[in-house]
Design a protein around this ligand. Sequence first.
Ligand SMILES: Nc1ncnc2c1ncn2[C@@H]1O[C@H](COP(=O)(O)OP(=O)(O)OP(=O)(O)O)[C@@H](O)[C@H]1O
Ligand SMILES: [Mg+2]
Length: 315
Amino acid sequence: MTGNYYAIVVAIDFGTTYSGYAFQFTGDYDSEDPTKKILSPQSWNDGPNKLASMKTPTCLLLDRNQDIDSFGYIAEDKYAELCMDGDNMDWYYFWRFKMHLHDTKGLKKTTMIADQTGKELPALTVFSKSIKCMKDHLMKILENKHYVPKDDEIKWVLTVPAIWDDTAKGFMREAAKMAGIPPQHLTLALEPEAASLICQYLPVEKFSVGGQITFSDAKPGTTYMIVDLGGGTADITVHEKVRNGKLKEVNRASGGPWGGTSVDSAFIALISNIVGGPMFAQFIKEDKLDYLDMLREFESVKRNVGLYTLLMTSR
Ligand SMILES: Nc1ncnc2c1ncn2[C@@H]1O[C@H](COP(=O)(O)OP(=O)(O)OP(=O)(O)O)[C@@H](O)[C@H]1O
Ligand SMILES: [Mg+2]
């Protein structure tokens, strides 16, 4: 933070399936435990299945004039209702679009992406409007706290998969700029690096099972592997803990498009097989709310799957 006094640090996690942000006032920073007093919206409207979360689905709803209507659970619900009423055709709904940046062959500033109805908009517009939604959400929270920071008082951090190439990273930078984030106040952070850092400060006692510590903090010299399983990508990195709490990347990040959404696709294909493709397509078209409900229910089941569930069901 040299050369500039920041009053607040904001980190945006732009995910394939879920996105969110967290922030910390620099006055609250404690070098002994930097995780203290990190704030985030407690819930982004958790939807019918109580998928209460500090993140919200990465989906953007724009109106007929391509102006922002909503983002996240609210956008999902509203779009489902528009579909039910047959009013959705001239609205723009983008859902799980981050993977468009995974394979960047031919990615340009003018690259277009299609919404759910096939209408295209520049990818930069879709990404930047989504970032703007999170930025505006934060600004509203700060405003409610009677605090309106100046542009140069905010340090912004935006996460990106470590396996992305420079083209994709540059694209995110551009999108952030269009969303009103000054480039000189923005740092891109690698997702597994952020995960690795937070692991340095986890309370290890919380991870004990039957008195046995199953997770321990790394001492300097320890090398470990971070496997970040997201919605779109699996990001695998090897880090070494060095002195002064710093980390060194031992191996270049590797991985691929093997995130949780591929499980969703397999589930949808299974159901479609059981009831028949045309019947399932009709269901999606005519009962969007029920379809959305089914996806949310599946998500909630997935989140509760642990090793114990797997062992019990495989008996
Ligand atoms: N217990 C679980 N078992 C299997 N999958 C799970 C479980 N819990 C969550 N998931 C899946 O993990 C994915 C969400 O993970 P996460 O929020 O880290 O991804 P993301 O940030 O949206 O994506 P990415 O970081 O790849 O862009 C979803 O596909 C979700 O269904
Ligand atoms: Mg993620």
